[in-house]
Write a protein that binds this ligand. Sequence first.
Ligand code: GTP
Length: 179
Amino acid sequence: MFADVQLVVFCIAGSDYADVCETPDGKFANKMMEGAKLFESLVSHPTFHGMDFLLVLNKFDLLDKMVESSRLANCEWFNDFDPVVSRHSWQEQSRANNCATMGQMAFHYIALKFKRLFFSLTRRKLYVALANSLDSDSAGAAFRYAREILKWKEEMPSPDEDTLNTTDMYSTDLGSYSG
Ligand SMILES: Nc1nc2c(ncn2[C@@H]2O[C@H](COP(=O)(O)OP(=O)(O)OP(=O)(O)O)[C@@H](O)[C@H]2O)c(=O)[nH]1
């Protein structure tokens, strides 16, 4: 049924780090952690063995706003997120100086967490894009990135494409594929 699948797109909301959901056994748990568990079970499932994955971190607009008031480190999985920030308004200052905003740093950090998890399970590279689905340009950019991945795979089947180097680990550059 999934034999012809070339790329699995897994979508998770960046804002989930500060949200809870009900688990099947009626308890409440952090939504990002539950999402990560689901991701892990899909990636580890024999059906998806050897397949490429693209993680789309959606609701980036919410993440970007929320990390100012609700610490990313409040989510257990992200408890070592500790960027050095100025006491002055970080977002305004960053945007004015063309630096990464707290939300962008949070995105890179979350992307790296998922990349490490994926690599530990598969020894392969995870592709990551961010999206704000309410903005069609941003959502379109994530899907253009998916098409690019498929094209690269067709054009450049490399014998060592399954290996992960440092550049791959950090290949979440916002400018290259997200709107
Ligand atoms: N701000 C913002 N809202 C979004 C985004 N994507 C979806 N939404 C809104 O989120 C709400 C829930 O939509 P979905 O994410 O499709 O639904 P869901 O996954 O069942 O619900 P959640 O668990 O709340 O995410 C809707 O009101 C959407 O319009 C986004 O990127 N940014």
